[in-house]
Design a protein around this ligand. Structure first.
Ligand SMILES: NC(=O)c1ccc[n+]([C@@H]2O[C@H](COP(=O)([O-])OP(=O)(O)OC[C@H]3O[C@@H](n4cnc5c(N)ncnc54)[C@H](OP(=O)(O)O)[C@@H]3O)[C@@H](O)[C@H]2O)c1
Length: 280
């Protein structure tokens, strides 16, 4: 059965589905079938990036699904090597060409790469691209509050979304509070900790037993109740459906806190601290 997904409203008034589909490493004709399966289950947000080299598969999946373009929310991301203004515009145009789409619903700067120091120039390109109708909403990924403050100070425009690493082992409490205070929607990448060591976690399993849900559903419901958009990836049709079937129950305060207590200061999957880590 197709699931209906609620949405959050971005500070520019655009609606974003509360849960979406992650596509890293899902590629080619087989990948397009996986993404079309997610759309058929009810996913209406698809997360891709120039660097995933699968924007073509995303566009093909949307056409295969038969769902009208304006009912699907497509996000893509600008790679670190194209932060120069002209190169950013060209990369965005290339992404749209690969996807065979006229516009993206959301376009993000993938990483701030602060040592390179050009994310402000990239942000100016995104502001203009939005004015020209190439993207409906503009945001960032992996930006720290100091980077966000810099954007605001120099351009007066704050991103609508910041997509960051967020899962029960790294709950980003302070960063999320900053987002909330500035009306930025938090989007959680690797929301399931890539299923490493988490599905067997005893505390999460106990909560799952209590609500008669899977551990994946408990984690994704926790993201939703935090007010974060999560983008779980799955190549399995069964898990795709399971992961969005989270709107018929609610975690109580105590269980939300139990999940929060699993967070560790060094809980990042790969130690990718945006103040130092760079990706091109
Ligand atoms: N902005 C950034 O810098 C950034 C960085 C990383 C990721 N992302 C985005 O975030 C998306 C999601 O993150 P991710 O792909 O790293 O990892 P993830 O969604 O946390 O986990 C995906 C893994 O979990 C498994 N899985 C999915 N549902 C499950 C369930 N219910 N029970 C057990 N296992 C389950 C999948 O295996 P099966 O396929 O076998 O189900 C897959 O191996 C990416 O695809 C990408 O779009 C963005």
């Amino acid at each position: 059965m197709e699931q209906t997904i609620p949405s959050f409203t971005l500070h520019d008034g655009i609606e974003i589905p509360a849960i979406g589909f992650g596509t890293a490493s899902i590629k080619g004709a087989a990948g397009a079938r996986v993404i079309a399966s997610a759309l058929n289950h009810g996913y209406r947000l698809i997360d891709t990036a120039y660097n995933y080299e699968n924007e073509g598969a995303v566009g093909a999946a949307i056409r295969q699904s038969g769902i009208p373009r304006n009912q699907v929310f497509v996000t893509s991301k600008l790679p670190g090597r194209y932060h120069d203004y002209a190169e950013a515009i060209q990369a965005l145009q290339e992404s749209l060409f690969r996807a065979n789409l006229d516009y993206f619903d959301l376009y993000l700067i993938h990483w701030p790469n602060p040592k390179q120091g050009k994310y402000l120039e990239a942000w100016q390109a995104l502001i203009d691209a939005q004015k020209w109708g190439l993207v409906r909403s503009i945001g960032v990924s992996n930006f720290l509050p100091e980077h966000l403050e810099h954007l605001q100070k120099e351009t007066g425009v704050l991103p609508t979304v910041n997509q960051i690493e967020l899962h029960p082992f790294f709950n980003q409490k302070q960063q999320c509070k900053w987002h909330e205070e500035h009306h930025i929607i938090t989007e959680s990448w690797s929301p399931l900790y890539r299923a490493k060591d988490i599905i067997e976690n005893e505390s999460l399993q106990q909560i799952a037993d209590k609500y008669k849900k899977s551990v994946g559903q408990i984690i994704l419901r926790w993201h939703y109740q935090l007010g974060a958009v999560s983008i779980p990836r799955s190549t399995s049709s069964i898990r795709q459906l399971n992961n969005i079937s989270i709107f018929d129950f609610a975690l109580d305060y105590e269980d939300m806190e139990k999940i929060n207590s699993l967070s560790k200061a060094d809980g990042r999957i790969g130690g990718q601290d945006p103040s130092e880590y760079e990706e091109f």
